[in-house]
Design a binder for this molecule. Structure first.
Ligand code: SAH
Length: 354
């Protein structure tokens, strides 16, 4: 039993069942028992591995994408380079290395990282030595500059609420306590205004997820980018709309029960990109599979150039990494890419207009 389990059982006994969103927030970000607050969960020895940890090529491609979009917008002299939830800082370090020779890019960039975890902030600072970094608890404090933003596997960690379709309304899925253990339950049927358009495409018993924080963030960034210039590149696993229960708990690279060890397992949910695309005035790209996007940006040419200097086991693992990032049966199709850019600017490289 984790310490957070006891705290949650006591809280629920005091004030009643909690939503999945409240549960995720407590589990991931509790100041002393939260999953992200207390550890570095990434890598082979941790609980999960992300694209930038698989190969340097991922961050390099994204760095070049950001620099190209910046040039296409007239290379604004001073701009914010922002990452949401940078993990170990690997993506940004690779992106900065890849763009070091783009004239004016490093001179003009102001590096801003939005990161909740003190443990990961320390990793990011170490990875980005030599660059001046400003940390933020929340995007609301970012400067008013043209904003080039990247978020890889960040939106999937934001808290979702889950609703099970009833005849005309919805039962919210809640977490309560039965016999001293956390247990699933359903709130009484009620209408949910934010899901009014989902009554038509769901049937009784189906679960739909609603990510209010993700939508609010996308609205804020989209409008900021439309007004000030810049771009947002969101990469994550998910699809256009939310259907079904996608809450996933992972520990040691394997799925586990989401209620079993609160604070000690990673919790994520698929990202519904449609609501993010339409949340702001900015132009959304067509939702594109990660593999297609990386191929269009030239990852294969980069992979071949790196392969020429490798042999034996290093070459084998490089080839496996390229495959893992791009192949449809690995991350290539499950992971999707959405960009938001100003309506008056050209479409970004590798992505078509929606
Ligand atoms: N982008 C990195 C890490 C993904 S893990 C990579 O691709 O490797 C999710 C990251 O988001 C972690 O750095 C975590 O600490 C951070 N995070 C999660 N929820 C957050 C929140 N609400 N506010 C700020 N950072 C958050």
């Amino acid at each position: 039993m984790t310490a957070l389990h006891g705290a949650l059982v006591a809280r629920i006994a005091r004030t009643g069942p909690i939503s999945v969103a409240d549960y995720m927030t407590e589990c991931l970000l509790h100041p002393t028992h939260g999953y992200y607050t207390t550890r570095d969960p990434l890598g082979a020895a941790g609980d999960f591995t992300t694209a930038p940890e698989i190969s340097q090529m991922f961050g390099e491609m994204i760095g070049l994408w950001l620099a190209q979009v910046w040039m296409d917008q007239g290379a604004p002299e001073e701009f914010a380079l922002v990452e949401l939830g940078p993990g170990r800082g690997t993506l940004m370090a690779d992106a900065l290395r890849a763009t070091a020779r783009v004239p004016g890019f490093h001179a003009g960039l102001r590096l801003h990282l939005v990161e909740a975890s003190p443990a990961l902030r320390a990793r990011q600072e170490a990875a980005l030595q030599g660059h001046e970094v400003t940390f933020h608890d929340h995007p609301a404090s970012l400067p008013d500059l043209p904003t080039y933003l990247i978020a890889n596997e960040f939106f999937d960690a934001l808290p979702i609420r889950q609703f099970q379709r009833a005849k005309t309304g919805w039962h919210e899925r809640m977490i309560g306590v039965v016999d001293g253990q956390l247990a699933w339950g359903l709130a009484p049927e009620a209408p949910v205004e934010a899901l009014a358009d989902r009554v038509a495409d769901t049937h009784e018993g189906q679960v739909v997820e609603w990510n209010a924080s993700a939508q609010a963030l996308a609205a804020d960034f989209g409008n900021r980018i439309e007004a000030l210039g810049g771009a947002a590149l969101i990469l994550d696993y998910g699809d256009e709309v939310s259907i079904g229960d996608t809450l996933q708990a992972v520990r040691g690279h394997a799925p586990v029960d989401a209620l079993a060890s609160p604070g000690a397992t990673d919790l994520t949910a698929h990202v519904a990109f449609g609501p993010l695309a339409s949340a702001s005035r900015a132009r959304a790209s067509r939702l594109t599979p990660q593999g297609v996007f990386l191929e269009r940006l030239g990852i294969t040419a980069r992979a071949e150039a790196l392969a020429a200097k490798l042999q034996g086991a290093a070459l084998d693992s490089h080839i496996a990494a390229h495959r893992r990032l791009t192949h449809p049966s690995e991350m290539g199709t499950l992971f999707k890419v959405l960009a938001l850019t100003p309506t008056h600017c050209p479409a970004p490289p590798g992505l078509e207009p929606a």
